[in-house]
Design a protein around this ligand. Structure first.
Ligand code: SF4
Ligand code: SF4
Length: 312
């Protein structure tokens, strides 16, 4: 008999949905900077109604789920507001965005109860005044919002000024270490002591900048032995723009779980051995017997602070 998922850690089903690989910004530090055309081949635009039907079906089978929508930039997905409004009636949405969206329309059409934002401030593509205006509007309308900032070396000099502006608006700025190459140096290992201190001094929670720097600088340390038994695939799935589902963000053929748009998607009935766990660098891997390492990072439905909970 299949154990009800509400009784299985982490006590709810999580999805990450790469809604499409397209963006209205062009940040030089974007992971996708050189591969947008290749990634875009996976993009599908079946219409909001089709996706609404798909997520209704997921709700019927697995109940309310936590859907982390990312990309690319979600707000440039056709008819995104209508889609998000429909999904938020059944599920909990975490929206990864550069916040170029129309905050007024969002507030007018979507109640904040089941939606939170993970926004990133990209000063190479937007100005701080308009970003803060949108962020504050959403926050003051009841949407929990976290703001990240990539510690890309050329934009480090302005970081103290940005941090002060956010602080003045009572918003935290979470500094994310840059991962990649800049002027022949590999980061985050390439930060000078002074830069590293500046990044760390402004690091925040829930996953501290210091932890991230260590993790990204030495990913081998987190590798797992071969064929660990993992709940990714049972309690989590990663969805690509063409609807293909994988048991985790290691997108491997042996971890495929069918396709949402084709009606073949199904979660695993139980935790299962992972053929590629020796390559796993995920700090939230739901490995059996290691619950103390990951359970606190999967809170269902998403965590609201006391202040957030007090808002409408
Ligand atoms: S906003 Fe995000 S997805 Fe778009 S280019 Fe910048 S880093 Fe990439
Ligand atoms: S062990 Fe790692 S690679 Fe394997 S399914 Fe779990 S998260 Fe994915």
């Amino acid at each position: 008999m299949i154990q009800p998922r509400a009784e299985v850690p982490p006590y709810g089903v999580f999805f990450t949905w790469d809604i499409h690989f397209r963006c209205n910004y062009s940040c030089p530090y974007c992971f996708f900077d050189k591969i947008w055309p290749q990634l875009a081949e996976e993009n599908r635009y079946p219409g909001a109604d089709k996706w609404i039907e798909v997520w209704e079906g997921i709700h019927a089978r697995y109940g309310p789920c936590n859907i982390h929508i990312t990309g690319g930039e979600l707000s440039s997905y056709p008819d995104f507001l209508r889609l998000a409004a429909a999904l938020a009636q059944r599920h909990f949405l975490e929206l990864d965005t550069n916040l170029s969206l129309d905050a007024e329309s969002f507030v007018a059409r979507i109640p904040p109860r089941n939606v939170r934002f993970a926004a990133t401030f990209h000063p190479v593509c937007t100005d701080i005044d308009s970003f803060l205006r949108r962020a504050v509007r959403l926050r003051d309308s009841g949407f929990p919002i976290r703001v990240d900032f990539v510690a890309y070396p050329p934009q480090l000099a302005n970081l103290p000024e940005y941090a002060a502006r956010f602080q003045k608006s009572n918003m935290d700025l979470q500094v994310i270490p840059f991962r990649g190459e800049y002027q022949g140096r590999q980061y985050p290992g390439g930060y000078t002591d002074q830069e590293r201190a500046a990044v760390l001094s402004l690091g925040g929670k829930p996953f501290s900048t210091g932890q991230m720097m260590e993790k990204y600088a030495a990913p081998d340390a987190s590798r797992l032995p071969l064929r660990n038994v993992c709940r990714m695939g049972q309690m989590y799935a990663k969805i690509r723009p063409d609807g293909t589902a994988h048991r985790c963000c290691k997108v491997k053929d042996s971890g495929k779980l069918g396709n949402l748009l084709e009606g073949t998607f199904k979660l695993l009935d139980d935790a299962a051995p992972c053929d590629y766990s020796d390559e796993c660098t995920c700090w939230r891997a739901m490995v059996l017997g290691r619950e103390e390492n990951w359970l606190r990072d999967w809170v269902f439905p998403f965590r609201r602070s006391a202040t957030e909970a007090a808002r409408p």
